[in-house]
Design a protein around this ligand. Structure first.
Ligand SMILES: C[S@@+](CC[C@H](N)C(=O)[O-])C[C@H]1O[C@@H](n2cnc3c(N)ncnc32)[C@H](O)[C@@H]1O
Length: 212
């Protein structure tokens, strides 16, 4: 098992309590709302948020679609503590599980939708590939993966920022625009970039990948 490169939400565990304020710099509500819209969620669906962190996206989905079963999973018990407090404050019925993205603790074909925001740039190339295979496994046939994460720079300013950020965490695959082909390699039928946003950390892309 490869746990040797685990990157917490803000790189260092002691910074985790600052995660939500920092996210305000990332146009968080704009791109997360767009991600939820593109996921085309229906009542009765079962959804998984991989690397849910403080559960902002998880909560957004449950509030927008109360008649869905929503689960958030994260490998960091400390950030899940923050998530649990937020979920309790909102009085929502959301499952929060501790687990690794590349060893999902769910049976095959469990979910209609898997969403994930700002997680894959934390994973080594090997763990990205393992994670995409796991997501493919737990999705039902016809299920969809919807992702927000750093992507290929889409203008000169984003390119300049990427020159710094490609050396941080595990962003290189993202910045080189490799995520869609990695989704397809894991078995997904159609994988595409659906939107791009400028952020102070570089281009933030949305993706959709479908399990045929
Ligand atoms: C930048 S935060 C994003 C949190 C949340 N999805 C959001 O958009 O605000 C990345 C999260 O991924 C989690 N994470 C990193 N590697 C993981 C892995 N292999 N399995 C599960 N969670 C992981 C971290 O603990 C952290 O909470």
């Amino acid at each position: 098992m490869n746990y040797d490169r685990y990157i917490p939400a803000l790189r260092f565990e002691w910074l985790s309590t600052l995660y939500d304020p920092v996210m305000l710099l990332m146009r968080e509500s704009t791109f997360k709302r767009t991600l939820v819209e593109q996921a085309n969620i229906k009542n009765g669906y079962r959804l998984l948020d991989v690397g849910c962190g403080t559960a902002t996206l998880t909560i957004l989905i449950k509030k927008a679609y109360p008649d869905t079963e929503v689960t958030g999973l994260d490998g960091d018990p400390k950030i899940l503590g923050i998530a649990r407090a937020k979920v309790a404050k909102e009085g929502l019925d959301i499952f929060l599980d501790t687990g690794m993205s590349f060893e999902l603790p769910y049976p095959d074909s469990s979910f209609d939708r898997v969403v994930s925001s700002l997680v894959f740039h934390h994973l080594t190339t090997e763990n990205k590939a393992r994670t995409f295979k796991e997501i493919f496994r737990v999705l039902k046939p016809g299920g969809e993966l919807h992702v927000a994460d750093f992507g290929k720079p889409h203008n000169a300013l984003m390119y300049l920022i990427s020159l710094v950020f490609r050396h941080l965490e595990e962003t290189r695959d993202n910045i080189d625009g490799l995520l869609p082909q990695m989704f397809q390699k894991a078995g997904f039928d159609r994988a595409e970039e659906t939107a791009r946003f400028m952020t102070i950390f570089g281009t933030l892309s949305l993706y959709r990948a479908i399990k045929a």
